[in-house]
Write a protein that binds this ligand. Structure first.
Ligand code: ZN
Length: 373
């Protein structure tokens, strides 16, 4: 295994490749860098061309391995950070923290997945299953172009490991809420606010009332939340707005509560009958609940983690991840990435000591699964 300094040097390059999901060219540039690194350790690399404005996906596969179902590690190399974020949160190490956009979600995890591939290859192993590491380009926008690939590879795999960040101080993720996303468009009637205010039907006014109703559906006891993250609308100070739109993110704990909440949401009727409401969206990732396959994988992982000096604890987190696409068919363990904090913020960082610890753990867990009968 590499020492911490070498790992940080490598990771710096990944972080300094800024990769906002929408910038296909830059995301693909990082995937080419990863491809070269994977090939340098003897892995095969298969590029899946980007489409619909997203970057390429990259599937790395071990040179070793037989025809049995492979072990699949899921990573994404896109981040939520816009170009230029690296100036505000430059890669740097301060004490036990390494900073940089996307370093925690999830370039740190994506990097230790490559390390697992490299470290296992060094022993020129025989009698093992194959290892696949998938690097996708579009996770932060709901995996529109990778979702099918993930489901197919996941269904054909022996086990799926997801290197999303370890949350809450290193607890592992055995359940995740489902995510629904909608753009809700309002159409009223425009009018001059000075001379004919009464003839107008304000799309913004209607939207404001609906937003209060939607947000009120949030129920922390049920682990259900509704967030209106973006609104837009109107054209000028003195025009009753004809158009408005709200971008809504709904997190649901399980299918039953999810179905009921989404039905209620989509049944929202306008207070003003002259304003039309149109819903575009739906459940993006189904809820990922604990099941027996995941439970068994967790039991297998626990003693391996302890051997590396930390304990795994099952937690239910709010993030949706690509593990939501695989867990129904194949045992899936999520949250195996690095420890840190500040995902999606300007102070995103990982805990440096977790890099070596997590890398060793992931390699050992992967190796154990590769050797499974
Ligand atoms: Zn992520």
């Amino acid at each position: 295994m590499l020492d911490t300094a070498r790992m940080l040097d490598d990771l710096r390059v990944w972080v300094e490749h800024e990769t906002p999901t929408q910038d296909a060219e830059r995301v693909t540039a990082l995937s080419r860098h990863v491809e070269a690194q994977a090939m340098a350790v003897g892995a095969k690399a298969h590029r899946i061309a980007g489409r619909d404005g997203y970057g390429d996906h990259l599937l790395c596969e071990s040179a070793w391995g037989d025809e049995r179902a492979p072990v699949l590690i899921l990573c994404h190399i896109d981040t939520v950070h816009p170009i230029g974020e690296i100036e505000k949160n430059p890669f740097r190490v301060e004490g036990d923290y390494a900073y940089g956009p996307g370093i925690y979600d999830m370039k740190g995890g994506a990097y230790i997945a490559l390390r697992a591939l490299a470290d296992i290859a060094r022993d020129e192993p025989t009698g093992l299953r194959r290892l696949q590491v998938l690097y996708t380009s579009d996770e932060e926008l709901g995996s529109p172009t990778s979702r099918r690939l993930i489901s197919e590879l996941g269904a054909a795999a022996h086990a799926v490991l997801v290197v999303e960040p370890a949350r809450d101080g290193g607890k592992i993720v055995t359940a995740r809420r489902g995510v629904a996303r909608y753009i809700v468009r309002f159409r009223g009637r425009p009018s001059h606010s000075g001379s004919r205010h009464e003839a107008g039907r304000s799309a913004i006014k209607e939207m404001a009332r609906q937003i209060l109703d939607w947000e009120a559906m949030t129920d922390y006891a049920q682990n259900l939340s509704v967030n209106v993250g973006i609104v837009e609308g109107g054209t000028a100070f003195n025009v009753v707005p004809e158009h408005a739109a709200a971008y809504v993110d709904i997190r649901v704990p399980d299918p039953a509560i999810g179905d009921a909440a989404l039905r209620r949401f989509e049944a929202s009727r306008s207070y003003d009958p002259d304003v039309e409401i149109a819903f575009d969206g739906g459940l993006n990732r189904p809820p990922f609940a604990v099941n027996t396959g995941t439970e068994a994988l967790f039991e297998l992982a626990q003693p391996i983690a302890q051997g590396h000096g930390f304990r795994l604890e099952g937690v239910h987190t709010g993030g949706g991840s690509d593990g939501n696409f695989t867990f129904e068919r194949t045992p899936t363990l999520d949250g195996l990435g690095v420890d840190g904090a500040g995902a999606h913020t300007g102070w995103e960082h990982l805990r440096v000591s977790s890099l070596v610890e997590r890398s060793g753990f992931l390699t050992d867990l992967t190796q154990t699964l590769l050797a499974d009968a």
